[in-house]
Ligand binder design. Structure first.
Ligand SMILES: Cc1cc2nc3c(=O)[nH]c(=O)nc-3n(C[C@H](O)[C@H](O)[C@H](O)COP(=O)(O)O)c2cc1C
Length: 350
């Protein structure tokens, strides 16, 4: 049952250690400027997010939908998206396609003025699996359900490999993605294992409008599925979950690999506004946060608003202490990169 799986993901992500062993944002060091010569109160955090102007370079990453708990989380996240004027994604909308009475667990975000709404579908659902592929009508349905501005197509093949009920076919996705991207403004996204240069070029050529790197360094879906497999007593999937716990391309490296001429969202392992500053100076138009926001969003709308205000304040402090009055200046801030991230960049960034 999709509903049980979604609830499991939330509970496990909240209560177990599901992080990768290393967070690659720690490999970027910013040089402190003791004489910033700017007024903290005049720091300008506005950026262009693909085709929208947004107040802060932050995105609430796709997480959930399909259960009552998910409905509450989506509502609370939407209150924060409205308050700060930032984009928000909902989780995979497969549940709404398969069971129309779950639609309001996603469309609840329309109760708030979320400035940029992002629908979500898994790449495996674009082609036939054990179940038939989503039709054009299904895609139209989910896009309209939240009056979306963009459609995320998420690539989560490691998760498919380690989850008990995973989809196994990836053949033909690129061709279908091309069709979908000719009808909708698509953002291609990973879910914690990052993007390679080869994939970035393929995605750009398929016509996607932006890439959300969803890189390695934060939530590990191999870890989440390890705990689910453990609960189900599935030794084979537990084994794979453990083996691939730290698999993937680090988030900051993925941002560099995705420097192919379309906007890039930096995500995977962002914990605070300092990490967000690092994502921006690596080249992202905005940074996406997922698990860092989960507990707060589960608690209350006040709590998640407070937590996001701290993230955004940290971002402004990082801008202040690097002498950056706006995000363009932050992108030029002096910094250096240490191992192991440095080697990931040496691979193919000239
Ligand atoms: C509980 C949970 C559910 C998620 N569900 C989805 C999903 O349905 N669709 C999607 O594109 N990503 C999903 N993700 C992945 C996140 O959007 C993000 O890419 C990933 O967690 C890495 O970011 P983080 O380290 O900030 O958590 C989910 C993440 C979590 C923690």
């Amino acid at each position: 049952m999709i509903e049980n799986r979604k609830e499991d993901h939330i509970r496990i992500a909240e209560s177990e250690n599901v992080e990768t062993d290393h967070n690659y944002w720690d490999d970027i060091q910013l040089i402190h400027q003791p004489l910033p010569e700017i007024d903290f109160d005049s720091i300008d955090t506005r950026v262009r997010f693909i085709n929208h102007e947004i107040n802060f370079p932050m995105v609430i990453s796709s997480m959930t939908g399909g259960t009552d708990l998910a409905k509450k989380i989506n509502y609370n996240l939407a209150t924060a998206a409205e308050k700060f004027g930032i984009p928000m994604g909902v989780g995979s909308m497969r549940a709404a396609v398969e069971k129309r009475d779950l639609a309001d667990t996603f469309s609840v975000i329309l109760e708030r003025k979320v400035p940029v709404r992002i629908a979500n579908v898994g790449a495996p659902q674009l082609i036939n699996q054990a179940k038939p592929a989503f039709s054009d009508k299904d895609l139209e349905y989910i896009f309209n359900l939240i009056d979306a501005n963009y459609l995320i197509v998420h690539f989560n093949f490691l998760q498919e490999m380690v989850q008990p009920e995973g989809d196994r076919n990836a053949r033909g996705i690129l061709k279908r993605l091309q069709d979908v991207a000719s009808s909708y403004p698509v953002i291609a996204k990973e879910t914690g294992n990052g993007i390679s240069r080869e994939a970035a070029l393929q995605l750009r050529d398929a016509g996607v409008r932006a890439i959300d790197v969803g890189g390695l360094g934060g939530t590990s879906f191999a870890a989440i599925e390890f705990y689910r497999a453990k609960k189900a007593g599935d030794q084979e999937k537990m084994h794979a979950g453990r083996s691939f716990w730290n698999w993937g391309n680090p988030s900051p490296a993925s941002i560099k690999y995705c420097d192919v001429g379309i906007p890039v969202i930096g995500s995977g392992g962002l914990r605070n506004g300092l990490d967000l500053a690092k994502a921006l100076l690596t080249g992202a138009v905005a940074g996406g946060f997922a698990r860092t926001l989960l507990k707060g969003a589960d608690t209350s709308s006040e709590q998640i608003q407070t937590e996001i205000s701290y993230i955004l304040r940290d971002l402004k402090i990082a801008m202040f202490l690097t002498g950056s009055k706006n995000v363009s200046e932050l992108r030029k801030a002096r910094h250096f990169i240490t191992e192991p991230l440095k080697s990931w960049l040496d691979i193919y960034v000239k």
